[in-house]
Design a protein. Structure first.
Length: 337
């Protein structure tokens, strides 16, 4: 043994290795890195994640979280499903559709439901005669496709109107040019961009989907079901640390916005403080609703789950949805309520 140590000491680099090993006494216990894909480019929609990372909340929970952003080429769920991410944020409706495609233990499952209500709306021009829902009948309306279309289709059906729908992509310019009478918007995002483009709110008629009973809860945190089953303590720690990040953003909003703007600057994404402040304010309202109990933050409401499944089924977007307990394994079984 002594001869072996003497030989190792003669090899360049080995003395330092032996010294490090002696100092630590054991191999590194660093947690494995977790790649977390956020569903779009940097903005206040993800402020709580930036805060949790910057303030070391993930590290204090024993987690090494690396944040990455999706873009127009690959969604966060595609990054998760391909194995390029371990976790991903996504809208509840998109996650339900993805989970229905793989309804087994290897499918998608929820770690946390962050945004508790829908911010989805249609914004219409009063000057083009849109004062109430019935005025949309036969008019040109643009909205996003996929899961978003389910809420709008249900809204149109309930109001008894048949607008001429055209796909809406990443821009609101067609609406600003009055090429359509109404367009899709998020209350925390496009609505404020329209105002920043010079359109006063009193020129607009707004139809918030949640006011008509057709909005889904939005941003949640997801992983593969088998990962959650193997790492339930990690999943809970991640949920709690993320919520702690959002709670800090709630009490220190300007600090959170500084982090958002830094992320946007590093990514080369245009951003401005007034818009990010607007977005953060509305995100916080949706994550911590005024009448919700503290226990509800981060939890998926079984009734909201059922309503979302029902609407997606009616739109033909899912056939065999996952059960609540399969989709949200960290939540109490609603049958036990």
């Amino acid at each position: 043994m002594k001869l072996l140590l003497l030989l190792l000491l003669l090899i360049p680099g080995w003395p330092a290795v032996l010294a490090d090993t002696a100092a630590s006494g054991s191999p590194s216990n660093s947690p494995p890195p977790l790649q977390l894909a956020l569903q779009w480019t940097p903005q206040s929609q993800f402020a709580g994640f930036y805060v949790a990372q910057a303030r070391g909340l993930y590290a204090k929970a024993g987690l090494d979280v690396r944040l990455l952003h999706a873009d127009s080429e690959r969604s966060s769920l595609q990054l998760l499903q391909s194995g390029d991410a371990d976790l991903a944020t996504a809208f509840l409706a998109d996650a339900l559709i993805a989970a229905a495609d793989t309804p087994d233990t290897n499918g998608l499952a929820q770690v946390a439901q962050l945004v508790q209500y829908s911010n989805l709306m249609l914004v219409a021009w009063k000057g083009l005669g849109i004062e109430q829902a019935e005025d949309l009948d036969g008019r040109l309306v643009s909205h996003w496709q996929g899961a978003f279309s389910a809420s709008f289709a249900a809204f149109f059906d309930a109001q008894g109107v048949e607008p001429k729908v055209i796909p809406q992509h990443g821009s609101i310019n067609l609406f600003l040019d009055q090429g359509v009478a109404a367009c899709a918007a998020m209350e925390y995002n496009e609505l404020h961009h329209i105002w920043q483009a010079g359109v006063d709110y009193d020129k607009l008629t707004r139809f918030r989907m949640r006011d008509f009973g057709f909005g889904f809860p939005e941003d949640g945190l997801y992983a593969r079901a088998d990962w959650i089953a193997r790492h339930p303590e990690q999943a809970l720690a991640l949920r709690q640390a993320t919520l702690a990040g959002w709670a800090h953003a709630r009490t220190h909003p300007e600090e959170a916005i500084d982090l958002v703007l830094a992320q946007a600057r590093d990514a080369g994404i245009p951003a401005n403080r007034p818009h990010e402040r607007w977005m953060l304010t509305h995100m916080l309202k949706a994550i911590f609703p005024p009448r919700a109990s503290a226990q509800q933050a981060g939890a998926l409401d079984p009734d909201a789950f059922d309503d979302s499944v029902r609407t997606l089924r009616a739109a033909g977007l899912i056939d065999q949805p996952p059960t609540f307990t399969r989709f949200a394994p960290l939540e109490p079984d609603p049958a036990a309520r």
